[in-house]
Design a binder for this molecule. Structure first.
Ligand code: PMP
Length: 461
């Protein structure tokens, strides 16, 4: 190791800084213009965020000209890969005919027809972001049940709006008992009164949820969750957990809401279909828009028909705009097909297998969790079943060194947040996977047994 650089983290950091001078310069300018130099808190990165210039297929290039194989894919919003040639061609034709009308178009009908059939619901409403869609979903649940409270799981994220910015990534020291967590607002500016409308439960602990429902069930309008939490790496639901929630929702006449903002682009009919558990309200987004802002709420007729003037409010200038709707139609009917998704799922499981082999060979304390087109490397041998496990059981210092090591070797191994995972797109190739595994092998061998700079997850997010 070079002199003066005590840890492998510092060595990688200095290489990162060496390779990204233009990003550093833009960051220095931007930090005076916008907090932390980024327009979404999830993009904050130490020592500085990378500024990108273009993407094509599985690759992305930064402003310094560095090429990366991209497994971030815009926080999982690009299952179709960068600048997908089919979509580029079709959007080029579309864009010349206007981008926003404030009227519906023929394609909004076609898309609604496709999505309701694909996901198995009667009706749908479109909006632009995951945030807007989860907001509508809980409003619908409250309207349908005439109850005030929502049950949500600690560590799950449903977008940046007050109503669900509760128990998102709390510091466990202030978040109450693990089986009966407190309703901690996610940061400043969210009144405790709003947070108190959200009851927090631990993921994967059906008994704890039963106990909470016994006390609060009659005031809970909806139970919202990511069926596979992907805002704490990847947490797989234990066998029977989703079925248990379905039963509890029925027992207490609460609505079950699946936030499939991420997973709707990873399974053809969503995780609901994969697990065979049907929610009352389904939220889909991200990859379905192929890089254009698109989200949707689906449910049965009697719930959706609560939307309307003097009933459930739902409006938006950019809702169902012709660009996003056309993109989503082309993506869902021609590009994100069942067979293309199966191809990306296969590549993702090859990547997971390759990483697992390296972990076994090097005996580094880590394990891989993967499902569909995504996966995550947890630097621990212990299982991660919920938020408290996530905070306490993983060696986050190692994780951070690993991320830097992969980056300086031309791989963006996952979205760069501590809580994220990788996404394999339908434009990745076998060679991309092979290359990522080779770099993983190199980096893991460099990290193994070396000192890393410690990272406290509750301070890093
Ligand atoms: N729900 C989930 C599960 C998400 O992962 C996200 C974003 N990562 C959102 C909702 C919010 O989506 P958006 O950023 O489009 O508002």
């Amino acid at each position: 190791m070079s002199e003066g650089l005590k840890t492998i983290t510092e060595l990688y950091r200095s290489k990162f800084v060496e390779k990204t001078p233009k990003s550093a310069e833009l960051y220095r300018m931007n930090i005076n213009l916008t907090p932390y130099g980024v327009h979404s808190n999830w993009r904050i990165f130490d020592p500085h965020p990378i500024f990108m210039s273009r993407g094509k297929g599985s690759r992305i290039w930064d402003v310094d000209g560095n090429e990366y194989i991209d497994f971030n894919m815009a926080f999982g919003a690009l299952a179709i890969g960068h600048a997908n040639p089919i979509l580029v061609e079709r959007i080029r034709e579309r864009i010349e005919n206007g981008t926003v009308f404030g009227f519906e178009t023929e394609y909004s009908v076609k898309l609604a027809d496709h999505l309701t059939k694909r996901f198995g619901f009667d009706m749908v409403r479109f909006s632009s972001t995951g945030l807007e869609a989860t907001q509508l979903a809980i409003r619908l649940a409250r309207a349908a049940t005439n109850r005030p409270k929502i049950l949500k799981f600690e560590g799950c994220y449903h977008g940046s709006h007050d109503s669900l910015l509760v128990g998102v990534k709390p510091d466990p020291l202030h978040a109450g008992h693990p089986r009966r967590p407190r309703s901690v607002p996610a940061g400043l500016g969210i009144p405790q009164d709003i947070a108190d409308q959200v009851i927090i439960a631990p993921f994967n602990d059906i008994e704890a949820v039963e106990n909470i429902m016994r006390i609060h069930g009659n005031e809970i309008a909806g139970i919202i969750l990511e069926p596979i939490p992907m805002n704490m790496g990847i947490v797989l639901p234990k066998k029977g957990f989703l079925e248990g929630l379905r039963k509890l929702a029925d027992e207490y006449n609460s609505l079950l809401i699946f936030d499939e903002v991420k997973t709707s682009g990873k399974f053809y009919r969503g995780a609901q279909d994969y697990f065979g558990v049907k929610p009352d309200i389904l939220v889909v987004a991200k990859s379905l828009g192929g890089g254009y802002p698109f989200s949707a709420v689906l449910s049965r007729k009697e719930i959706m028909e609560l939307i309307g003037p003097r009933k459930v409010a739902h409006g938006g200038t950019f809702n169902s705009n012709p660009l996003s709707v056309y993109a989503a139609y082309v993506v869902t009917t021609e590009i994100l097909t069942e067979s293309n998704l199966a191809y990306a799922q296969k590549l993702s499981s090859d990547l997971a297998r390759g990483y697992r082999d390296v972990i076994e060979d090097t005996r580094i304390e880590a394990h891989v969790v993967d499902i569909a087109t995504s996966g995550v490397v947890f630097f621990t041998r212990e299982e991660i079943n919920n938020w408290r496990d996530f905070v306490y059981k993983v060696n986050w210092g190692r994780w951070y060194a690993w991320i830097l090591g992969m980056l300086v070797n031309g791989i963006i191994p996952q979205a760069l947040g501590i809580d994220e995972q990788w996404t394999v797109s339908i434009q990745h190739t076998k060679e991309d996977i092979q290359r990522a595994i080779e770099v993983f092998d190199k980096v893991i061998r460099e990290i193994k047994g070396k000192e890393t700079v410690p990272v406290k997850v509750e301070e890093a997010i």
